[in-house]
Every structure is written in C-alpha cells, then in structure tokens.
Write a protein that binds this ligand. Structure first.
Ligand SMILES: [Cu+2]
Length: 268
C-alpha cells in the first residue's frame, strides 16, 4: 500500500510538472516593451518554485513509503518538531519571497509610480458591470469633467462614464467601446471603476491592474507590435463577469490618428 501511494504521489507530481515544463498552457506572445522582463521573471519564479515543489512532493512520496506499516514496524514515536528546521525554512522562504519581489519591483513600480514618457497617449479606462469604456481627451489634451450623478451605464458611451455636457474640455472627449493605441508609443492609462472592483487585464501586453471605485489609478506601458489583443476582466465582478471583455487594436501612428479623427468627426 505504501509503495502504491508513493507511486501515485510521484506520478501526480511529475505529470503536473510536465505541463509547466512543456508550457502546455502559457502566456500568449508578449507585445509590450516590458514583456521580456516580465516573462523572464515569470520563468525564474516557476523554476525556483518548481524545484521546491518537486523536492517536497518527491520527499513526501518517499517518506510515505519508508514509514509504511509492516509486521516488524516499531511502535509509533512522536516528534515535537525542530526549532532549527522551522527557523531555517521560514528564513529561506522569506528571503525567496522578498528577493523575488525586489527583483520584479523595478518594472512593476516604474510602471505605476514613475511618470509616463513625455508625449504618451492618454487613455482613461473605465470598468463597469459588464463593459469597458475608453476615453481619449481629444485635441485639447484635457479630459473633461465626469460626475457620478451623470453616469448611466445602461445608456453606454459618454453617458456611461458620466461625461459632462457643459464642461468645454469635455466637448472633444471621445468615448469608445474599443481601445485603439499607436504602436511604439507609451500609453498613460487612468483606470477607474464605476460599481465594483474590476481588473483590466491584457495578457499580450502583460498589463494587469485592478480598477477600484473611487480611485484613479495611473499606469503606463508601451505596445511594441501591431495586432489585436483581447482584454479580459480579471476580477470576479458579478454574474456577467465572464463576458466582460474587449479588444485593444494596436495600429500604426497614422492609422491611430485617422481613427481618432473619425471618432471626433462623428461627435460633430
Ligand atoms: Cu469586471
């Protein structure tokens, strides 16, 4: 029985490790400037955790077999633990956890706390049950006022994000249901949420950040490849969470300008 259990534990361990090594399920192709760094960090975390996981599970299987009950087994003796061992593995885990965080923090923190490059494209992303809206400040480069009292999610578009109809700066704001971005230019995103917490997740752009009601969260990133990338909501936000997705179209600067001009023209 001990042998069967050991084989079962080892089998489950090795089969599940295989899926990670073979990258059966993996991130889609990275299309942002930080993607390389994030992927390397991701790989490093998986390798370190993989080694710890393998050692722990293979060891567990071995011990299950070694200490199985046999007719000649001695009476059970109980261990009351080892302070040295406990201190050692707690310290090692702490070093690993803090070390990995520090290594990744340069990119994570700079995307959030450093200012975006000059000339970055401004886009405000608003999440609500169950849609994403994107607002561009228009030729004046200034977002117009929005107000909670004006928000009407069922109306969609400008009304959904509560755009003021009287503020002059709001006149040229463009609100769309699809995100367009120029390639190789930094994007300065302002993230907002209307009702509950959502999470703006674009796997290809390695961009994931919660949108929290009452907060305006800034983040910046740079798309580096033209293409269409799916946006998902990565925070369970209600019954329609599964269908809360959208598309990012990363296009040339020329196509982006054309697209934005066409949206402006529609407003007139
Ligand atoms: Cu959501």
């Amino acid at each position: 029985m001990g042998l069967a259990l050991m084989v079962l534990i080892w089998l489950i361990t090795l089969v599940s490790t295989y899926f990670f090594v073979a990258k059966t399920w993996w991130l889609p192709v990275g299309a942002a400037a930080a993607a390389d760094f994030i992927d390397k960090q991701f790989d490093l975390t998986f390798v370190i955790m993989g080694v710890v996981f393998l050692a722990a599970q293979l060891g567990l299987g071995y011990i299950v077999w070694k200490y199985r009950e046999t007719p000649s087994s001695p009476p059970v003796s109980y261990s009351h633990g080892s302070t040295t061992l406990e201190v050692t593995w707690t310290l090692l885990t702490t070093v690993l956890f803090i070390g990995l965080n520090l290594m990744g923090s340069s990119v994570w923190a700079s995307q959030r706390f450093d200012a975006a490059e000059a000339g970055a494209v401004q886009v405000e992303v608003t999440g609500m049950q169950f849609a994403w809206y994107f607002r561009y400040p228009g030729p004046d480069g200034k977002y117009g006022k929005t107000s909670v009292s004006l928000m009407d999610p069922s109306a969609g578009g400008e009304a959904a994000v509560g755009l003021s109809q009287t503020d002059p700066a709001a006149k040229d704001d463009v609100v769309t249901g699809t995100m367009f971005l120029p390639v190789n230019r930094e994007v300065d995103v302002s993230l907002r949420a209307v009702d509950v917490i959502h999470s703006f997740f674009v796997p290809n752009l390695r961009f994931k950040q919660d949108a929290v009601p009452g907060l305006n969260i800034h983040m910046h990133f740079k798309p580096t490849a033209v293409g269409e990338y799916e946006i998902a909501c990565a925070e369970l936000c209600g019954l329609g969470h599964y269908k809360m997705h959208g598309m990012v179209h990363v296009v040339s600067q020329e196509d982006f300008d054309k697209w934005l001009a066409a949206r402006e023209a529609e407003k007139q």
